[in-house]
Write a protein that binds this ligand. Structure first.
Ligand code: 16G
Ligand code: MG
Length: 545
C-alpha cells in the first residue's frame, strides 16, 4: 500500500536511535528532547490509527509539563477529551520501541489486532507548549499523521487542557463548546462573569490575583484571556516567559515540592497568589503571612473548597445529587478527615495519575477529583447536568432554589471537565471565593494540614516495589511493609507509604505526622528501609535537618 511506502520513506527522516527504549509513562513519553523525534513521528502514526478506529478526532499534545526546558514529551488525547485508554498506551510503547526496520511490522500488528479499516478518514488535533524543541517535534507528529493520510489541525501554542477541550468540542459537534481557543475563553469567561457579577460587597482587593505563569504556555494564554474578563479579575502576571527559564525555580511543582514561593514574583503579605505548571494543567494557591511564613493551598484544599461550595449550592437548590471527592494516597490526612467527618462526603482513593482519578470520579453524579499536586477538575454526570438545568428553568421553584441552580449551571460552564485545567480551576476558585465572600486566609483555615515530607530513593530497579490498596501498602519486597508499619507506630497521627515513580527512575517516599520533625524523621527512616530492602544505590539516605 502506498501509505506504508510513505511511512517507510518518512520514518527514515525520523530515525530511532538503535537500542533506545522508552515507556509511555503515567502521562505519556517524557525525556530529553533530543531523544524524541522518532517518538513524535510514531505518535502521529498511532493517533491516526486511533482516529480511524474510533471514527473521531484524536489529540496529540507536545509537552513535558513541569520538567526542565531541555526535556519534552507527548500526551495522547481520546475522543471525549480524556487521556488515551490504557490498551493504546501499550501500543504506544510497542510502536515507540520498534527498531527502524521493524516499524512497519509493529504498525501492521496494531492495525490487525484492532481490525482497523485503513480507508476510514482520520483527524488529529496537534498542540505544543513553549519549549524551544516543541516546534520541530510537533512537525514530526504532523509528518506521522500525513503519512497515513490523516488530516491534521495544528493549534500551535496551547495549554494541554485547551487541546483536551478542543478534542471534546469537536467530537460532540460543538455541544461542549466551540473547538477554538476564542470559544474556550468566551465560554469560561462568560460563565465566570455571570458567577461573580452579583456578588455583594466585592472589593478591589478581592479582585486582585497574582499569577506565576512558570515561564510557560499558561502565562501566554492568561495574557490572551485577560480581555475576555472585563474588570472582574485584576491579574498581575509574573514569570511570563520574557526573561526567566521555563519551570526554573517557579511553577506549581516547584512551589508544592519546595513549600516556598517561586522566584520572580513580588508577593505582599496576605496577597492571594497562584502558580501554574509548565503546560497549565496544575495549579496551587498560596500567600505569605505578615511574619513571612508561607501558606500553601494545594489540590486537597482546592478540592475541599470546591466540594463545600457545591454541596451548599445543591442543598440550596433542593437537588439530591451524590457528590464525591477522589484523592490519592498523597492527600493530606487532615483533608480526608475533614471531608469524611465534617463535610460527610464520600471520599475515594485511587492510584496516582490523572486517568485513575478521572475514571473514579465518573462513577458519581458529581465527582470532584484532585491530586495534592494541584491537578484536578470536577465531573458532572449527564443526569446531574440535566437536573441542574431543569431546576434553573423551572418556573415553579422558589427564588432561592432558582438562584442556586443558576449558580450551579454557570459553575458547570466555567469548568473544563475533560482534564485538570489551571486556567479553568483558577476562574472557579476565584468565583467561589467571591460568591462566599471568603479571603484566602479563611479558605486556608477550613482545616490545618498535617506536616509532611516527600523524599526519593534511588534503587537498582524500582520495579521490585509493588503496591496495593491504591498504593498505600507495599506487597514487595518482603518485609518492607512490616518495616513501615513498625516505624509509623513510633509517631503520632502518622502515615507513610512508598511507590515507584511513574515519571522518574526513583522510589517515592511520603510521610506525615503531628509535627514537621516527626514527619521528617519518619520519611528518613522509611527511606532507609527502602534503601536496605529494595536495593538502594549510591549513598545511604541522610537525615533531614
Ligand atoms: C504525572 C501525572 C500526575 C502524577 C505524576 C506522578 C498526569 C496528567 N500527570 O505528572 O497526575 O501526579 O505524574 O508522578 O497524569 P510520579 O509517578 O513521578 O510520582
Ligand atoms: Mg502538567
Amino acid at each position: 500500500m502506498a501509505q506504508f511506502q510513505e511511512v517507510s520513506r518518512q520514518s527514515s527522516l525520523h530515525p530511532k536511535p538503535a537500542g533506545l527504549i522508552l515507556q509511555y509513562g503515567t502521562a505519556g513519553f517524557r525525556t530529553n528532547a533530543k531523544q524524541l523525534d522518532h517518538i513524535m513521528f510514531r505518535m502521529g502514526l498511532l493517533a491516526t490509527l486511533r482516529s480511524k478506529k474510533t471514527k473521531a478526532t484524536i489529540g496529540v499534545m507536545v509537552t513535558a509539563s513541569h520538567n526542565p526546558e531541555e526535556d519534552n514529551g507527548v500526551k495522547l488525547i481520546d475522543p471525549m477529551g480524556e487521556m488515551v485508554t490504557p490498551a493504546w498506551e501499550d501500543y504506544a510503547t510497542q510502536l515507540a520501541n520498534a527498531e527502524q526496520e521493524d516499524l512497519l511490522t509493529a504498525l501492521k500488528d496494531i492495525i490487525q489486532k484492532e481490525a482497523i479499516n485503513m480507508s476510514q478518514e482520520a483527524h488529529v488535533f496537534v498542540g505544543k507548549d513553549t519549549r524551544s524543541s516543541s516546534a520541530s517535534l510537533s512537525q514530526a507528529v504532523l509528518d506521522g499523521v500525513s503519512c497515513l493520510g490523516g488530516l491534521s489541525k495544528d493549534y500551535g501554542l496551547v495549554t494541554t487542557p485547551q487541546l483536551h477541550y478542543m478534542v471534546c468540542c469537536q467530537n460532540t459537534q460543538g455541544k461542549y463548546g466551540d473547538a477554538t481557543v476564542e470559544g474556550y475563553y468566551k465560554k469560561l469567561c462568560q460563565a465566570f462573569i455571570r458567577l461573580t457579577k452579583n456578588a455583594s460587597n466585592r472589593t478591589d482587593d478581592q479582585k486582585y490575583l497574582c499569577i506565576d505563569g512558570a515561564n510557560g504556555i499558561g502565562a501566554l494564554k492568561v495574557r490572551e484571556m485577560e480581555s475576555y474578563l472585563g474588570n472582574e479579575l485584576q491579574i498581575s502576571l509574573f514569570n511570563d516567559g520574557n526573561k526567566g527559564k521555563l519551570n526554573h525555580q517557579c511553577g506549581a511543582d516547584f512551589v508544592k515540592v519546595q513549600q516556598k514561593p517561586p522566584t520572580g514574583v513580588e508577593i505582599n503579605p496576605g496577597e492571594r497568589c497562584c502558580s501554574f505548571d509548565g503546560d497549565a494543567d496544575r495549579i496551587v494557591y498560596y500567600y505569605t503571612g505578615s511574619d513571612g511564613t508561607f501558606h500553601l493551598l494545594d489540590g486537597d484544599k482546592i478540592a475541599t473548597l470546591i466540594s463545600t461550595y457545591l454541596k451548599e449550592l445543591l442543598m440550596q437548590a433542593g437537588l439530591d445529587l451524590k457528590i464525591a471527592v477522589v484523592q490519592t494516597a498523597y492527600a493530606n490526612g487532615s483533608s480526608t478527615c475533614y471531608l469524611e467527618d465534617t463535610m460527610k462526603v464520600t471520599v475515594c482513593c485511587t492510584k496516582t495519575g490523572v486517568k485513575h482519578l478521572h475514571h473514579a470520579a465518573q462513577e458519581f453524579d458529581i465527582g470532584v477529583y484532585f491530586e495534592a499536586n494541584g491537578h484536578g477538575t470536577v465531573l458532572f454526570s449527564k443526569a446531574a447536568e440535566e437536573k441542574i438545568q431543569q431546576q434553573a428553568e423551572d418556573g415553579n421553584v422558589s427564588d432561592e432554589k432558582k438562584r442556586a441552580a443558576l449558580l450551579l449551571q454557570n459553575t458547570v460552564s466555567v469548568i473544563n471537565q475533560t482534564v485538570g485545567d489551571a486556567i479553568s480551576d483558577m476562574l472557579l476558585i476565584e468565583a467561589i471565593l467571591t460568591i462566599k465572600g471568603m479571603t484566602v486566609q479563611q479558605w486556608d483555615a477550613i482545616y490545618s494540614d498535617l506536616p509532611n515530607r516527600q523524599l526519593k530513593v534511588k534503587v537498582a530497579d524500582r520495579r521490585v516495589i509493588d503496591t496495593t490498596d491504591a498504593e498505600r501498602r507495599a506487597v514487595s519486597p518482603a518485609g518492607l511493609q512490616e518495616a513501615i508499619d513498625g516505624l509509623v507506630k513510633k509517631y503520632r497521627q502518622a502515615r507513610s507509604f512508598v511507590r515507584p515513580s511513574g515519571t522518574e527512575d526513583v522510589v517515592r517516599v511520603y510521610a506525615e505526622a503531628d509535627t514537621q520533625e516527626s514527619a521528617d524523621a519518619l520519611a528518613h527512616e522509611v527511606s532507609l528501609a527502602v534503601y536496605r530492602l529494595a536495593g538502594g544505590v549510591g549513598d545511604e539516605p541522610k537525615p533531614i535537618h
